[in-house]
Design a binder for this molecule. Structure first.
Ligand code: FAD
Length: 496
């Protein structure tokens, strides 16, 4: 007789706190295996980047440290779930696999379908628990806001690890050269793990939150005024409910209510967009409003490559791309501006920028990513089409060009009034400021305002297409309870 075993499969929920699957497994009274898998198939996905695995690795290390205090361990392996199961089954009779329900990309969804079939064949129960208030399938939004509100207000059961009986097992391990690369210091990106997440939350509570709304759109200042919790939320190092309850208690203290109100609304958007994706995941590949599939777009390889390298000749666009490549973070407004430039100014299809951005955002969360991309690209049909002018943004959000100078050093000697539009330099000024256009910085030949105007007319005109109209109704019925729910304000969720 093999001993009975319950497995806790950690996915994008890399924490011990507010973790219902973990609590459910511990409550079984049987031996428990805590398992995290680096899955080769997901790691080779087009939206994946080494930086995501490194962040996950740091989170896993942090979990190990937490568990060591209770003489427990997490088993970390590099293999598909099926391989791990086969090895574990040699010595154990697996009764149940506990995990959070994952709203990931198409690859992880297909993986889950395979796992489901396999476990069913073997008579092993798979207990999947909803996370962050997201419903599986979710074909309508009835009751959704109320359920989410109930979820974020529910008390969190404190973690009890004493007396736990976990086992460890030998599974295929991560290649050594990867571990060495993951452990190398000096990355300018945010660091994974619970300790780092709590420190980030503390910093926002005590410092950043006071200038949250004032700086939210500025590329430089937002980096210290926004919460910067997104990677911790995407990898589940913190649950939405944990963060919500901290925010709510700060809101209730008074004094800084407006900022906390704005922050809490965004936690609701997080779930709103992920639910939208869960309900209609084809939006990873095609326009959520099918009417927009009919719209013809250009594909200019040279323009795309210049964009990906941060060599468009538009200072704020280039600064954002270079900053993103290096630090894996940009604030919301700059992300929206990049998408607007790519899809409205250059009129390229959003699908061509989706993987590039996904790879480079450390906080990549498919549910938010694809919903936001499509909203900013103006292909939902139900949202206002927002076209950003990067020169106007540059003048308003970085008037002295501090952010630009940091990331585009070629422009560092330009005076403030010229840094936003270097193509206006005379030949004499080029010599004077040590900037030879098309030699040490690209000369932008795109007339941004003209292109925006022309393409925006096309997008608005296309809204009249009967299929777009028909799809609008379908989208509204499926993804909103009423128009109000899209503009959900925190006040509605603050108290029961
Ligand atoms: C094209 C595009 C792609 C995006 N892709 C992602 C992504 O992959 N992952 C991701 O987490 N965010 C994404 N966002 C949303 C947003 O830009 C980031 O959540 C935010 O900039 C993260 O910084 P922060 O944690 O300091 O946010 P804060 O302003 O401090 O907000 C707190 C939390 O609320 C959530 N949030 C904030 N803004 C939004 C929003 N507009 N929509 C949904 N949730 C929000 C995030 O979880 C965030 O961590 C995207 C936005 C755009 C325009």
């Amino acid at each position: 007789m093999k001993p009975k075993l319950h497995i806790v499969w950690f996915k994008k929920d890399l924490r011990l706190e507010d973790h219902l699957p973990l609590q459910s497994a511990l409550g079984s009274g049987e031996k428990v295996l805590l398992l995290y898998l680096f899955e080769p198939e997901l790691m080779s996905g087009k939206d994946h980047h080494h930086r995501h695995s490194r962040f996950a690795y740091q989170c896993v290390q942090s979990l190990q440290e937490q568990l060591q205090a209770f003489s427990l361990s997490l088993c970390v392996a590099y293999c598909p779930f099926e391989t791990a199961l086969e090895i574990i089954e040699i010595d154990y009779d697996i009764e149940c696999v506990h995990s959070h329900l994952e709203v990931g990309n198409d690859l992880s969804f297909r993986r889950d379908l395979k796992v489901k079939t396999l476990l069913k064949q073997k008579g092993i129960e798979w207990r999947e628990t909803a996370q962050n208030g997201i419903r599986r399938g979710g074909l309508h939004r009835n009751q959704w806001d109320q359920d989410w509100k109930n979820y974020v207000h529910t008390e969190i059961i404190p973690l009890q690890l004493n007396g736990t009986n976990t086992i460890s097992i030998v599974l295929p391990s991560l290649p050594d050269h990867w571990i060495a690369a993951f452990e190398k210091d000096g990355h300018p990106e945010q660091k994974g793990g619970r300790k780092a997440a709590l420190e980030q939350l503390r910093q926002f509570r005590e410092e950043g939150s006071f200038s949250y709304q004032k700086n939210i759109s500025k590329p430089l200042e937002s980096r210290s005024s926004c919460s910067r919790l997104s990677p911790y939320l995407s990898f589940g190092v913190l649950s939405i409910r944990e963060v919500f309850q901290v925010g709510l208690s700060e809101y209730n203290k008074g004094g800084n209510k407006r900022n906390w109100d704005a922050f809490l609304s965004r936690l609701h958007w997080q779930a709103h967009f992920i639910q939208k994706f869960e309900s209609e995941s084809r939006m990873e590949f095609e326009d959520v409003n099918r009417g927009y599939i009919l719209l013809q777009r250009a594909e200019n390889e040279a323009e795309m490559q210049a964009f990906f390298k941060g060599e468009t000749g538009i200072p704020l666009i280039d600064a954002c791309i270079r900053c993103l490549l290096s630090t894996a973070y940009l604030n919301f407004r700059m992300r929206a501006m990049l998408v607007s430039y790519f899809t409205h100014t250059l009129f390229l299809p959003w699908q061509k920028v989706a993987h590039f951005l996904a790879q480079n955002f450390l906080d990549y969360e498919p549910g938010i990513h694809y919903s936001q991309l499509q909203m900013q690209a103006g292909v939902t049909g139900i949202n206002t089409i927002r076209t950003y002018n990067p020169i106007k943004q540059s003048r308003e959000q970085d008037p002295k060009g501090v952010f630009i100078r940091q990331w585009v050093p070629e422009l560092q000697y330009l005076p403030d009034e010229l840094i936003h539009e270097p193509w206006k330099l005379s030949k004499m000024e080029e010599q004077f400021y040590d900037l030879i256009l098309d030699t040490n910085y690209p000369l932008c030949r795109i007339k941004v305002e003209e292109e925006n105007r022309k393409n925006s007319v096309q997008l608005w005109e296309h809204r009249k297409n009967p299929l777009v109209q028909e799809e609008n109704l379908r989208i509204l019925q499926m993804h909103t309870t009423s128009n109000r729910s899209v503009q959900f304000r925190a006040k509605a969720i603050l108290n029961d």
